[in-house]
Design a protein around this ligand. Sequence first.
Ligand code: ING
Length: 300
Amino acid sequence: KRTLGLAVAQLGPVQLNDTRESVVARLVAMMREAKSRGAEFLVFPELALTTFFPRYWMAEDEARRRFFELSMPSPVTEPIFRASLELHLGFYLGYAELTSDGRPFNTSIIVNRNAEIVGKYRKIHLPGHSDHMPAAPFQHLEKKYFSVGDLGFRVFDTDGVRMGMCICNDRRWPETYRVMALQSAEIVVLGYNTPSVNIHWNEPTHLRTTTHLISLQANAYQNGIWVAAAAKCGSEDGHHMIGSSAIVAPTGEIVARSLSEEDEVISVKADLSIGEYFREHVFNFAKHRRPEHYRLITER
Ligand code: ING
């Protein structure tokens, strides 16, 4: 059996005034905890280094100055890579990327157990709005601060495992996982920051967690893959975001789930052969899929 020591590091709130150094220390502490549980790969959240700043209206250049990374690693994030090398622990990390030619992205990377960046992804499904909504209790300005990702949905060989990745809202769109499953992904890792309150209608709070989990479970099962999702959650300067970090098996079953809304590590010994059964017998794309009937999905 091929197994992977798979862990998720849920991050509690990061306040506006928290320094990146203090966040990095929390991330490294969870790397040590994950390692002690036998983890070989650890998933961190989306925009893990700062508060979820798209909730605030500000000028683009202020946002870039305060919340974006100009390089990865950088002096402040170097300790994460050092710990990866020391612990022989790979990781996924979400952060705000400003490219050298000035393009802003909501980005994530996959780093292998030798602390080498093996893949990069830039968020494609940007939710929310780009205009100021002063009447709303908070903003959701990802369309203002980030450009649509230009790297596609790709799958990377990470220490012998076919690993895909995405970010937050991407997890709600079936196309995200299917495109990676068509590239033989065995696992998709992702981070998210999900506000408990919907600014567009009075949505019952529990629905935020329901739709989050359904999205992970359905897509894990329908693509025969493991899905590992890490929340940044809890109340950030009074703005609450859901937890429910989870690891889902190719059966669609939740095999590990966070209990708190604080820094918390969950981990499993993922049996990668489970996915092989489903991809061979149920979701055998070559045998059963009929793309000639699906054209609308890419034409519209
Ligand atoms: N956050 C939320 C998410 O997709 C959202 C936004 C929530 C959109 C619920 C639609 C419904 O989990 C981010 N950062 O995408």
